[in-house]
Write a protein that binds this ligand. Structure first.
Ligand code: GAR
Length: 207
């Protein structure tokens, strides 16, 4: 079985990236057994733990800061080219805090997944945890989904549920969500890579 090539995009601490790296390394069959390997890690900013984690694992990195380009379209084209250079089968947005543009979606649509810290379609956007707390929701969680042209609107692959505790703050809740999220992301990426999948409208089936 071919090993799927993953490019992972990060903007911060990169614990979801680390979970993927650890799961692949710990798999008794290595990347072949897991079904995928991380071939590059991209970011929109320098000096983040996510990039350090990649470097420590000996994985090539690239950085495309929005401010480095005259327009958002130029940034999108540069991010698309930098990602494409690593010939990914799947692109994983794991805490990547930028909305990619049309060029990126045209190139990687249908093989670009994102993990979001809320139960979509509730609480999309950059503050999924804060928004669920502010709304007074009693449960929240995380969603792994394919990325389309909207903000957190693409077909859902899998979700994990987390109960909100009375008096809990955003940081504590986000940490508990991330514990569930890391396991979910590793599971989803492995299954997509090993089994293949179909996207029909909003329905995703892992074969
Ligand atoms: C994750 O909880 C992810 O869902 C969230 O950022 C965190 C990254 O954690 N992403 C978003 O909020 C995207 N809208 P990590 O850097 O430790 O993997």
């Amino acid at each position: 079985m071919a090993v799927s090539r993953l490019v992972v995009l990060v903007s911060g601490s990169g614990t979801n990236l680390q979970a993927l790296l650890d799961a692949i390394a710990a798999h008794p069959g290595g990347p072949e057994g897991f079904g995928a390997e991380v071939v590059a890690v991209g970011a929109d900013r320098e000096d983040i733990a996510g990039l350090e984690r990649a470097e420590k694992a000996g994985i090539p990195t690239f950085v495309c800061p929005v401010k480095g380009y005259a327009t958002r379209e130029e940034w999108d084209a540069a991010l698309t080219a930098a990602t494409a250079a690593h010939e990914p089968d799947l692109v994983v947005s794991a805490g990547f805090m930028k909305i990619v543009g049309k060029a990126f979606i045209d190139r990687f649509g249908g093989r670009f997944i994102n993990t979001h810290p809320a139960l979509l379609p509730a609480f999309p956007g950059a503050h999924g945890v804060r928004d669920a707390l502010a709304y007074g929701a009693k449960v929240t969680g995380c969603t792994v989904h394919f990325v389309d042209g909207g903000v957190d609107t693409g077909p859902i692959i899998a979700q994990g549920v987390v109960e909100i505790r009375d008096g809990e703050d955003e940081a504590a809740l986000h940490e508990r969500i991330k514990e569930v999220e890391r396991t979910l992301l590793v599971d989803v990426v492995g299954r997509l890579a090993r089994h293949g999948y179909r996207i029909e409208g909003r329905k995703v089936t892992i074969q």
